[in-house]
Write a protein that binds this ligand. Structure first.
Ligand SMILES: CC(C)(COP(=O)(O)OP(=O)(O)OC[C@H]1O[C@@H](n2cnc3c(N)ncnc32)[C@H](O)[C@@H]1OP(=O)(O)O)[C@@H](O)C(=O)NCCC(=O)NCCS
Length: 203
């Protein structure tokens, strides 16, 4: 379950903690992002031309945190840093939340290369799914993955997310319109599989 610590939303996994990033996280964030540029950029949208890079510009990072705060207040998105103790090591975001008849959100994530292969992202995904289904009462969550991203497809497979098909030229990643496997879970699946997922990744 989520807890409020000093006014901050916090989700707990077995080993990791998720909480919104704040301007005070800039030093750690920039260090991880700068060292991991090659590891990350090939799987991410290219920055808008002319926009300041939050890894080089403290104010741009603070603005990014502010934008995420507003999304959270509006209920349209929930962005979290992933922490091992006090050590920042990645991010997981629930974005593009739509209510009405869809009740859907999109999940994206990354972890620092040094910490890859320890199951921290599947753990973070289950913590976020629990929050999204049980506290935000969303109906469907989707993760979209480029077919050649073996590691990320493995995350979806480990969690047995439903492969709903491959959307052609679905998202513009690093300047190219890339096909994506669309993986999803609905709240009905969540209640069916909740105990197994929490036992495997959270408790
Ligand atoms: C994809 C990613 C989020 C997976 O996170 P993770 O916490 O390492 O996930 P896991 O520990 O469950 O490992 C998943 C797979 O990564 C691969 N992997 C394991 N160790 C690895 C390492 N040191 N380096 C790279 N890949 C590794 C394996 O294929 C593993 O599957 P396996 O456990 O069946 O062997 C992470 O590799 C990452 O951040 N990559 C760069 C950004 C990215 O691809 N984001 C997702 C876009 S959809």
């Amino acid at each position: 379950m989520s807890v409020l610590r000093a006014g901050t939303l916090e989700l707990r996994g077995r080993r990791i903690t998720l909480r919104p990033l704040t301007p005070g996280d800039w030093d750690q964030w920039r260090e991880v992002r700068t060292a991991g540029r090659d590891w990350l950029v090939r799987w991410e949208p290219a920055p808008l031309p002319g926009s300041p890079d939050p890894a080089d510009d403290r104010r741009a990072f603070a603005a990014r945190c502010g934008a995420r705060d507003r999304e959270r207040q509006l209920g349209t998105g929930f962005g979290f840093g992933i922490f091992l103790g006090d050590r920042f090591c990645g991010e997981i975001n629930l974005s593009g939340i739509q209510r009405g008849p869809f009740q859907n959100g999109y999940v994206g994530y990354w972890i620092e290369q040094l910490y890859a292969g320890n199951g921290y992202i599947p753990e973070a995904v289950v913590a976020l799914f629990r929050f999204a289904f049980e506290e935000l009462h969303l109906h469907r969550l989707q993760v979209a993955v480029i077919p050649r991203n073996i590691a990320s497809n493995r995350v979806a497979q480990k969690l047995a997310l439903r492969h709903e098909g491959t959307a052609l030229r679905y998202l513009e990643i690093n300047g190219v319109w890339e096909d994506h496997h669309r993986y999803a879970m609905t709240v009905e699946d969540w209640w069916e599989r909740r105990t197994t997922l929490l036992d495997a990744w959270i408790l």
